[in-house]
Design a protein around this ligand. Structure first.
Ligand code: ADP
Ligand code: MG
Length: 636
């Protein structure tokens, strides 16, 4: 197989690019460990105090799990207490019934496995629907758990399970040793969670958090990615349950009420959604205040409420969010979400490097063929009986006034909408009916009229998440920073940088994506599409909002793409650009094809010029756009 668009899988990175993956900074992390490990010296090392800190530590582990599901992957999971309780109860029930099951290692394994299984059972049916439905299902399950366990004999009914009374249960390790062990476990999961955030899996989670529409346009299966997030989140949450029951030696329905889930949600919000140390910080405040400020216990609900309001009002990113000065520090400690891996000075790739664009992916002779495609929304015939062919190595432009069905056409080809009638095929293969992520895997990339980026990260990470699909590498090797994973991350970064360079954006690689104007965001989408080495790219108004020089650059990019065999469907309002680079033009009006021909044919067609371009023939070379004043009406 030829290397995709010249970016071979094994090609080393662009010359002069040094990358540093600063996912782990030992010194500050050591400081955090020393502080947490030293707490007993500060607060007293008797069993009661140790038990209290262990309680907070266990719940911070549960919050780390919730943060993976909600903060990283953006899923509305409202019942983390269920996973916690299932982990705790499984380990406790087994330990209470079988002497061989009463050791800490076995309890950790059994409880965590049970939580993961429960997570899968809950997730598989409810994830398809997602969103609000997922939130309701998880909350209802969390509400059901205490009722179920208080009615089961095996779980000790409403009294719960007292490991203290189990003759063969000995808390070994116990005391300060147990405490230190729990500190180590929390730190291990913090490091894991930081590494996860900056791995290829973390990038996929980020894309998902920004929306399933975005994720699927990059060939990411939303469903599979969500499942993975649930499983990964259930591991620390389930283990938290085990550590809780092991250190407190009691598990009862009162410890598993919906209050627990709500408190955990409060922890993650107050600490900072999607930040690495947020769960630890939030737990210290939410659960620590309850444990150590005795009088507060009765007022807990009010205290959380006020805290939540304060956080939402004054620091919506949470205590560890990067807009807080200490949040930036904490981000540095742990590799917070927004991270600059190179400084601008280190990026020495020439803008407009064409290296990324010279060689086609695999010789593709198949065309995308639309036959009689129609799509209505209620009474609106957005697309009516459209025939259209996009050929490899050619630009097919679709023009027409606002609301004429151009974006709908792009959505139909990329699988976001399905035709009411007609066929879409790539060679022999029917495309209509396939899901967007499958189409993107099949080599049909797209950009969006309203740019869709992960605005919480950098420009280059937005491209890397797409480049990842083309660089062979294993998710877990990337998380654990194995040699294969590191190599894949480096290749992915180099590839992303080349693609950014090809649209002239290499210099912006490490800027935050949310600082980019809309026009540049569109160009980032183009670079992102290129990095997937597609056969076809559907561009929805890529030149809108670009300056003249940037448009010139974009036209050259499109030319080079077609020279390397990529087929382009170009929806664009900028008529000179369209006339300049298109091989074929289709004119739509009210969803119907009213003209189709070469650039020359359309340029000479008096109807098109007058009705759609709103100018006389002699002006046709001038810089005009049509539908002025009503542009940018939105769309997918
Ligand atoms: P264009 O991209 O050419 O401006 P669109 O494809 O966005 O046009 O829209 C074509 C027509 O279909 C418009 O009348 C629009 O209001 C309608 N339309 C598009 N998407 C939807 C939708 N999801 N639901 C209802 N109507 C829609
Ligand atoms: Mg549109």
């Amino acid at each position: 197989m030829n290397p995709p668009l010249g970016i071979g899988r094994r090609t080393p990175g662009a010359g002069g690019v040094r990358t540093r993956f600063r996912w782990f900074r030992p010194a500050p992390l050591l400081a955090v460990i020393v502080v947490v490990a030293g707490l007993p010296l500060l607060l007293g090392a008797d069993d009661v105090v140790l038990g209290q800190i262990e309680f907070v530590l266990a719940l911070s582990l549960a919050a780390i799990g919730l943060n993976i599901v909600s903060g990283y992957a953006g899923q509305l999971a409202l019942g983390p207490g269920a996973m916690f309780a299932i982990g705790a109860y499984t380990a406790a029930v087994l330990a209470a019934h079988f002497p061989w099951a009463a050791g800490l290692p076995f309890m950790c394994v059994s409880g965590t496995l049970a939580a993961v299984l429960a997570g899968l059972v809950i997730a598989i049916p409810s994830l398809r629907a997602g969103g609000f439905y997922l939130g309701m299902v998880t909350l209802l399950i969390a509400a059901a758990v205490p009722t179920v366990v208080s009615n089961l004999a095996a779980t000790g009914g409403s009294g719960g399970i007292l490991l203290l009374q189990v003759s063969w249960f000995n808390q070994v390790p116990g005391g300060i040793l147990l405490y230190l062990l729990m500190v180590v476990l929390v730190v291990v999961f913090l490091i894991f969670s930081s590494a996860l955030l900056h791995s290829r899996l973390g990038r996929r989670f980020g894309a998902l958090r920004s929306g399933e529409v975005l994720a699927s346009s990059l060939g990411i299966s939303g469903y599979r990615t969500k499942l993975l997030a649930f499983v990964l989140g259930a591991i620390p949450t389930g283990m938290a349950g085990v550590l809780y029951v092991y250190s407190q030696q009691v598990m009862s329905p009162q410890s598993a009420t919906t209050n627990l889930s709500i408190s955990l949600l409060a922890v993650v919000v107050i600490g900072g959604f999607g930040t690495v140390v947020g769960p630890l910080l939030g737990s210290a405040i939410v659960f620590g205040s309850g444990e150590f400020l005795g009088g507060l216990q009765e007022l807990q609900g009010i205290v959380y409420g006020v805290l939540l309001l304060l956080v939402v009002e004054f620091m919506p990113e949470g205590l560890a969010g990067s807009s807080q000065p200490w949040g930036r520090f904490l981000g540095r400690v742990s590799g917070g979400r927004l991270r600059r891996t190179t400084t601008a000075g280190e990026v020495s790739v020439q803008p407009r490097s064409s290296a990324a664009l010279d060689v086609p992916r695999i010789a593709n002779s198949n065309k995308v063929v639309l036959t009689g495609v129609s799509k209505s929304f209620g009474g609106i015939h957005a697309v009516s009986c459209v025939d259209l062919v996009v050929s490899p190595g050619a630009v097919h432009a679709v023009i027409g006034p606002n609301g004429s069905g151009k974006t709908t056409l792009v959505n139909l080809i990329s699988g976001y909408q399905h035709p009411d009638s007609g066929e879409i095929a790539l060679g022999e293969r029917r495309l209509d009916g396939l899901r967007p992520y499958r189409l993107s895997q099949l080599g049909i990339a797209r950009t969006f009229q309203t740019p869709r980026l992960n605005l919480e990260t950098t420009v280059i990470e937005n491209v890397m998440v797409a480049a990842d699909r083309w660089v062979r590498g294993r998710d877990f090797s990337s998380v654990l920073r194995g040699p294969g994973g590191r190599r894949a991350d480096r290749e992915s970064r180099a590839r992303a940088l080349q693609c950014l360079a090809s649209v002239g954006l290499a210099g912006l690689a490490d800027e935050p994506a949310d600082k980019m104007p809309h026009g540049i965001q569109r160009l980032i989408e183009v670079a992102r599409a290129i990095s997937m080495s597609p056969w076809f790219i559907l561009l929805d108004e890529p030149a809108a909002g670009l300056a003249t020089a940037e448009i010139e650059n974009l036209t050259q990019v499109i030319r080079r793409l077609t020279q390397s065999g990529v087929g382009i469907l170009l929806v664009e309002h900028n008529v000179p650009v369209v006339l300049d680079i298109s091989d074929e033009i289709t004119v739509l009006n009210f969803g119907k094809v009213i003209r189709h021909g070469s650039s020359e044919d359309v340029r000479r067609d008096p109807d098109v010029i007058q009705v759609f371009l709103g100018v006389t023939e002699t002006d046709a070379g001038a810089s005009f756009v049509f539908g002025q004043g009503e542009r940018d009406a939105g769309g997918a």
